[in-house]
Design a binder for this molecule. Structure first.
Ligand SMILES: Cc1cc2nc3c(=O)[nH]c(=O)nc-3n(C[C@H](O)[C@H](O)[C@H](O)COP(=O)(O)OP(=O)(O)OC[C@H]3O[C@@H](n4cnc5c(N)ncnc54)[C@H](O)[C@@H]3O)c2cc1C
Length: 381
């Protein structure tokens, strides 16, 4: 039997789950296909769980304009996620401490924060030491409190899944795509049964899997690159989150009793996505943690690695992991959020784009709709 949908999403990370919920909310008939037996088992879960609020990206991205753009999208996503799932916000009343080591950068960073509307408050070294007694602030030129928080992604995704399912989304979990023929696809269930589905639009929210899907099923080579980075998970190191905005220093957020720490600028171009840890990269991160916590033994901790993607537009050295919505072949759209925190912004644009392309509702067109170029919506990032 052939089942028909308005939209079939391929990939059930944050982008797919959030798109499913939002597309169902406007009354579309939606299905989501996920290859694994659990949803969001890739980068959407193997990350730092840092719900950014622009503090880090406004300061750390080399190009001022891009840094401010990314920061604004993070603020948009941060506020939307806090409203949508306040129950997933961890330590919401504890403000993390931002550290700037390079004194010559402080004025520029503060002016970027101001322009992007990033909320920070300067604090003294004494106040920082009181908030995080085991941390070494001796190398730090300036300190601030920020409004970034940690998010329990599992709870967030559960809510997105539950709300999408309630709104009528069909989930094909642990289904492999056998074939895509125009607007029809053949899916293989874990039992080996084949299911035939069709949709007006296929939306590939497949993260690191998007390149392979377009290669295999559409013969299209998307200019997607893979960037590997590492995290250390250890017993909680401080009552508050602490992060440098300087390159090659550490950034730490917390989830309950554990700290999850990444290294700024730890992005190694890789030929394929993988979870393999590269020992010397992990050691760089461990050394950066010791620069903040000189007494950290490193016991009871683990290294993990994960891969991010970006879709290269024109730049040869784009590393800001820009968001992207592209329709390389009609009816087949690729969406990549850059960061988890940017997924709300990206999926709002996606919904607007899909709505313009598919709307057959009883709602009248606006006079300006006759002039609007749907393609314009794809010019994001
Ligand atoms: C180490 C690291 C730390 C990070 N930390 C943060 C952070 O703290 N804050 C933040 O905002 N962002 C962070 N990010 C970025 C963030 O994790 C990603 O941008 C985001 O999770 C991408 O979500 P996604 O849903 O687009 O893709 P994914 O999470 O990759 O989900 C894609 C889904 O598609 C499925 N799929 C793939 N191919 C197929 C196929 N052929 N058929 C069916 N299903 C398929 C996959 O199984 C997966 O479930 C981090 C990334 C990394 C690597």
């Amino acid at each position: 039997m052939l089942r028909s949908y308005d939209v079939i999403l391929v990939g059930g990370g944050i982008t797919g789950l959030m798109s499913a919920k939002k597309l169902c909310d406007i009354g579309l008939h939606v299905a989501l296909v996920e290859q694994h037996s659990t949803l969001a088992s890739g980068p959407s879960t193997r990350n730092e769980g840092w719900l950014h609020r622009g503090t880090y990206h406004a300061a750390s991205i080399r190009d001022r304009h891009i840094g401010i753009q990314v920061a604004r999208r993070c603020i948009y996503g941060h506020e939307q996620l806090r409203r949508f799932c306040s129950e997933a916000i961890e330590d919401g009343d504890v403000r993390p401490i931002v550290m700037i080591a390079d004194g010559s950068k402080v004025d520029e960073v503060v002016s970027r924060w101001k322009e992007a509307d990033v909320q920070v408050r300067p604090i003294s070294h004494a106040a920082a030491s009181k908030a995080a007694p085991t941390a070494n602030f001796g190398r730090v030129a300036a300190l601030f409190e920020a409004n970034d928080v940690s998010v329990n992604t599992r709870l967030l995704y559960r809510k997105l899944f539950a709300m999408a399912q309630k709104a009528g989304c069909d989930f094909y979990v642990e289904h492999q795509i056998e074939r895509i023929d125009g607007q029809t696809a053949v899916l293989k269930a874990p039992s080996g049964d084949l299911r035939y589905v069709q949709a007006n639009k296929f939306v590939y929210s497949a993260g690191t899997g998007a390149r392979a899907i377009f290669q295999k099923h559409h013969g299209v080579e998307l200019p997607i690159r893979y960037w590997k980075s590492h995290l250390v998970i250890t017993k909680r190191l401080a009552p508050v989150g602490l992060f440098y905005v300087d390159p090659h220093e550490a950034a730490m957020m917390h989830h309950g009793d554990v700290s999850v720490i990444g290294l700024n600028e730890d992005a190694l171009l890789s030929p394929t996505p993988s979870y393999d840890v590269i020992a010397d990269r992990a050691e760089n991160l461990r050394n950066a943690i010791r620069r903040i916590f000189p007494n950290w033994s490193g016991e009871d901790s683990i290294n993990i690695a994960c891969t991010k993607v970006d879709l290269v537009a024109n730049a040869t050295d784009a590393r800001s992991l820009d968001i992207a919505i592209r329709e390389p072949i009609p009816g087949h759209v690729c969406v990549l959020p850059g960061k988890m925190t940017e997924a709300p912004y990206l999926t709002d644009i996606l919904v607007s784009y899909i709505h313009q392309a598919l709307d057959s509702s009883v709602i009248a067109l606006r006079p300006c709709d006759h002039f609007e170029d749907t393609q314009q919506l794809l010019e994001v990032g």
